[in-house]
Ligand binder design. Sequence first.
Ligand code: RET
Length: 279
Amino acid sequence: MERLGNATFENYVGLEQGLSEMAYQMVAHVLTLGYAVMLAGLFYFILTMKTVAPKYRISSVLSVVVMVSAFLLLYAQSQNWTSSFVFDKEQGRYFLGEGYDLFNNGYRYLNWLIDVPMLLFQILFVVALTKSKFSSIRNQFWFSGAAMIITGYIGQYYEVTSFGTYAVWGAISTIFFIHILYLMHKVIKEGQEGIPEKAQRTLRSIWVLFLIAWMLYPGAYLMPHLAGIGPEGGLFSEAGVVGRQITYTIADVSSKVIYGVLLTVVARSRSLAEGYEEK
Ligand code: RET
């Protein structure tokens, strides 16, 4: 099982069993949907910017930054998929092409390196902290966000070849993730004080969305090993390959686009309550 070195499990599945037409196309389609949604989101955030008071607009600007970087990186990810597997007429399945690229989810991780700090930073412009210091929360968000991703990025190279190494890096990454969840919970709790009831309700939904959407990423990391450890069992199969890309796409749309839209909704309620009128 080591012919491909540190390649991720998608390549091993593509080398040994190959992918059916449906599995191959579903991934190609879901990746395309991913970057198309980012482009649509880009227009939404630009066009709604003026519906909120100027002090909240940085949140929309940060969503624009997230949309552009996600669009480009998800586009690259999608190209990587179609250039990694080729159709074999004899067997009627897609296999890893000779002399082609290997597939790697690394584009995503590097995209998160930009987007995760931006997404965490963004909420600080929509809510007012009552007890914590802005700069302290911001720095902790950035530090733990970057540390979580870099450690996870290293770990994902070992998902096939060394389960131990993969588990240890994953566990270190999880410690930073728990720190982020703790900070976000605090920010959302403090942020609810003294704002309109409707905005409070939206903030509570943001917490639920955040929790679910962000948990999907470690789920995708674990995908090849869910329901059974190792190359023989569980989702180390084309179901796992498709499942991982669908999970990533749902997570991306929720954590970047829907989250940004809900923050715009909170900023809009607060702007109206403060007497802001769009000109
Ligand atoms: C990793 C490694 C395994 C352990 C954990 C992880 C968490 C990843 C998260 C990523 C969030 C990404 C977002 C991107 C949006 O653009 C790195 C998979 C806990 C939470 C929100």
